[in-house]
Design a protein around this ligand. Structure first.
Ligand code: ADP
Ligand code: MG
Length: 490
């Protein structure tokens, strides 16, 4: 391995989940609920290629794609074309997919993305970003296969990188950054568990000391199709690197031809599918049923002004304005719903550091254990802020707060309600009461004097002051014994 360098280029497909309808039809975009919806309910005649039907371009899908193109620092086209990619498959009733492939006018070209990989900054060039339609999904059973056309025509964004990635870790960090961008920009949930992300991974080896900027020095690329999890991407790359190293060792790398393989999750290996000579000729041509679309400068500017705050920007705010550590800020921005939960807490007046502590240590720690997502729980940011304020006002001790927290999380009741129901409205925290007792004593030096001179009944008044300061929430027995021991120390 010392003699070689790995080159990896990714083709990342991500379903746009945030449009209401499909990319060329008025059928519902059921991407978000694909796992629970009945099969074949989100269909219009055009999705089934009925004669006489025509595609209509979804403006919202184009807008989201242009936004992604801008975030990736790509150049946007003046005119948008769509093209036909012709092939037959049962999941493609038209016999072609509408995509953007060969014309120099996809949604974006020649961009770049800078991202963090284990604390190191990496930049990958983006060759192009294009908008296309997804195919239907097929489910295979022992004695039959079923096709679900709900997915046919769902908007799909495909981005193609240059082979600027050099390890499995870098590939995964790139994909995680992209997922975050799609989520924060409101383009897609980008949830690989729901099948929204699929990758083709291209891997080759080249001699380390040769010039990487000259494609003549690159090795023969092997394409691995349809890897559908980030873990799969990591494993497929590492497997493929080793396989190619073994070929070099056996003196067989030179004769290896460009080929397409598939990742087999179960065996953890890549399996030969076809070689370059068997490459399919898709006979691309411009889709005649969709006119070229003029993209105005004004529209582009409007879209650019609407790009939401992305993870990197929010992270900076958390560190520079809220005083969080890089570590905590990174945890909070990793998932958009968590960042939104956090920002809501701050908006409600919680101290940013305190809010971060409760969120990362208690709430996220608990959710990780249960493998739950923050969107699935009934504890709202309002409830967590209420809990923090109960502690701040010393109405409950931090020990009691933990109990209230778990109760609130499991029952969905508000902290105040739980405190009331459990009769917790008293401070039984010795430390807290000692502190208040001393505050009271400091305010009444004359009474300490009287006490020392034998007027022990002043203690009643002093205990009353503790009760007043805690608005009746201090444990009265503890307030009295604490006051007695503290006044003795004076
Ligand atoms: P093809 O014409 O076979 O589709 P492309 O040039 O369009 O090939 O590239 C497809 C993907 O393969 C891109 O992501 C690109 O970065 C990647 N790629 C191209 N050459 C190599 C290589 N030698 N090693 C690794 N990846 C490569
Ligand atoms: Mg290609």
């Amino acid at each position: 391995m010392d003699k070689y360098k790995v080159l990896i280029g990714l083709e990342m497909h991500c379903e746009i989940s945030e449009t209401n309808t499909k990319v060329f039809s008025s059928a519902k975009n059921g991407t978000k609920t694909a796992n629970v919806d009945l099969s074949n309910i989100h269909i219009r005649p055009v999705d089934m290629a009925f004669p006489g039907t025509l595609p209509v371009v979804n403006k919202e899908a184009v807008k989201m794609s242009l936004m992604a193109s801008m975030i990736l620092n790509c150049k946007q086209p003046e005119y948008l074309y769509f093209e036909r990619k012709n092939y037959y498959y049962p999941d493609l009733p038209k016999g072609f997919q509408i995509t953007q492939e060969t014309k120099p006018a996809p949604i974006g070209i020649y961009g770049h993305l800078t991202f963090d990989c284990h604390g190191e900054e990496k930049t990958v060039r983006i060759n192009n970003l294009h908008l296309e339609e997804d195919a239907a999904s097929s489910d295979h059973y022992t004695n039959c296969s079923r096709i679900n056309y709900n997915r046919a025509g769902v908007p799909l964004l495909e981005l193609v990188t240059e082979p600027d990635i050099h390890s499995a870790d870098e590939a995964v960090a790139f994909l995680e950054t992209m997922r975050s961008i799609y989520q924060y920009a409101g383009i897609s949930e980008a949830d690989s568990k729901k099948g929204q992300i699929r990758c083709d991974v291209n891997v080759s080896l080249m001699e380390k000391d040769k010039d990487e900027s000259d494609p003549n020095n690159w090795g023969t690329k092997i394409e691995i199709k349809n890897v559908n999890s980030f873990g799969g991407v990591r494993d497929a790359i590492n497997y493929e690197i080793q396989r190619q190293l073994d070929l070099i060792e056996d003196g067989k790398y030179e004769e290896m031809e460009q080929q397409t393989r598939r990742w087999d999750e179960e065996s953890g290996t890549t399996i030969f599918m076809r070689s370059k000579v068997d490459a399919i000729d898709y006979k691309y041509f411009v889709e005649p049923n969709i006119p070229k679309i003029k993209i105005s400068k004004e529209w582009l500017e409007e879209i650019r002004s609407q790009i939401p705050r992305l993870a990197s920007e929010r992270k900076e705010t958390y560190i520079n304005e809220y005083g969080l550590t890089d570590y905590d800020a990174t945890i909070i921005v990793k998932e958009k719903p968590v960042a939104e939960y956090y920002e809501k807490m701050v908006e409600l007046g919680a101290n940013p550091k305190e809010a971060s502590n409760w969120l990362t240590t208690n709430l996220l720690g608990h959710l990780n254990k249960l493998e739950q997502s923050i969107t699935e729980i009934s504890m709202t940011p309002e409830m967590l802020v209420e809990l923090i304020s109960l502690i701040d006002k010393k109405e409950i001790s931090s020990k009691q707060a933990k109990e209230v927290f778990y109760d609130s999380l499991t029952t969905g009741k508000t902290p105040k309600q739980i405190v009331k129901e459990k009769g917790m409205t008293q401070i039984s925290d010795e430390g807290a009461i000692t502190k208040i007792a001393n505050e009271v004593l400091d305010e009444h030096p004359d009474l300490i004097e009287k006490y020392k001179n034998g007027r022990t009944n002043v203690v009643d008044f002093l205990v009353g002051q503790i009760m007043k300061k805690t608005r009746g929430t201090a444990n009265p027995g503890m307030a009295r014994s604490t006051m007695l021991s503290e006044i003795e120390k004076r």
